[in-house]
Design a protein around this ligand. Structure first.
Ligand SMILES: C[S@@+](CC[C@H](N)C(=O)[O-])C[C@H]1O[C@@H](n2cnc3c(N)ncnc32)[C@H](O)[C@@H]1O
Length: 262
């Protein structure tokens, strides 16, 4: 699950692959017992660089971060009930690309959550001066992580949600909601498939269509408060969108004049 759509053997989840010579039935990757260990193994083999984080598309990093900053800033700079700026959580943080280039510029403190210790070790060097703004580096999978109650203004998930099964994704979001400060929000920036769930057995991930992603958030009692399409990425990549969600209890739908239609 990175911006590169062509690294793996991607198949739509509705289809079954032909049985192998030994006629072992094909198990869709989210149902495989090894879904998480295969994903972790894949990332163990990836170099701890921006190039590694972005599947060879290092050149999109600046455009990506610029768009994220504009999207997020609109919530932080709202006249009424702006989102707080004290602390953000970077989920699937890798070496800290998003922490360094986006979150440490906008928040007083950032926590990084990443399953791969090698990436977190590399972050100390990669973050440079920004390292002092990173309060915690947490080495854990999203599927088991529970945040401290009311610790975060923003929980940011970028190019990582495809490594969670649908059920674990919903459960994670419910726990994450508890980790939000009042008026906090959860943001996702990710690839979207056009109609069906596409499985990538190379890195053990899925790419979901927008409707499924929104359905997962609905199941976690979150509502959409912002949506924006990433533009100026090279042709041939998946469509990438940014979404912002708030707990249903929190407040009425906010309107975002520049957002796509919901
Ligand atoms: C495509 S990279 C994206 C890194 C970063 N979000 C960025 O945009 O630069 C995906 C990251 O998610 C991490 N990851 C994969 N599965 C995960 C899981 N279940 N829990 C936490 N992190 C995970 C990988 O180790 C990798 O660092």
């Amino acid at each position: 699950m990175d911006p590169n759509p062509s690294r793996g053997d991607t198949v739509p989840s509705g289809e079954t692959q032909s049985p192998t010579a030994t006629s072992v039935p094909y198990i869709p990757n989210q149902s495989r017992a090894s879904f998480y260990t295969d994903g972790a193994k894949y990332w163990e083999g990836i170099e701890p660089t921006v190039q590694g984080m972005l599947g060879g598309f290092e050149e999109i990093s600046e455009i990506d971060v610029g768009a994220s900053k504009r999207f997020l800033s609109e919530f932080l700079e709202k006249k009424q009930r702006p989102t707080g700026r004290s602390r953000a959580l970077d989920c699937g943080a890798g070496i800290g690309r998003v922490s360094k280039l986006l979150l440490t510029d906008l928040f007083d403190e950032v926590d990084m959550l990443e399953q791969n210790q090698k990436f977190l070790n590399k972050a100390d060097e990669y973050l440079g001066d920004k390292r002092k703004k990173v309060a915690r580096k947490i080495c854990e999978g999203l599927q088991s992580f529970t945040p401290e109650s009311e610790r975060y203004d923003v929980i940011w998930l970028q190019w990582v949600t495809g490594h969670l099964t649908d059920k674990d994704f919903v459960d994670f979001l419910k726990r994450a909601t508890n980790g939000l400060k009042p008026n906090g929000m959860i943001c996702v920036k990710d690839n979207l498939s056009s109609t069906v769930v596409e499985m990538d057995n190379h890195d053990s991930s899925v790419t979901r269509p927008r409707e499924l992603l929104l359905d997962i958030f609905r199941k976690a009692n979150l509502k959409l408060v912002g949506e924006r399409k990433q533009i100026r990425f090279p042709k041939g990549l998946y469509e990438v969108k940014m979404f912002a969600f708030k707990p249903k209890r929190a407040e009425k739908m906010e309107s975002d004049p520049q957002a796509d239609r919901y």
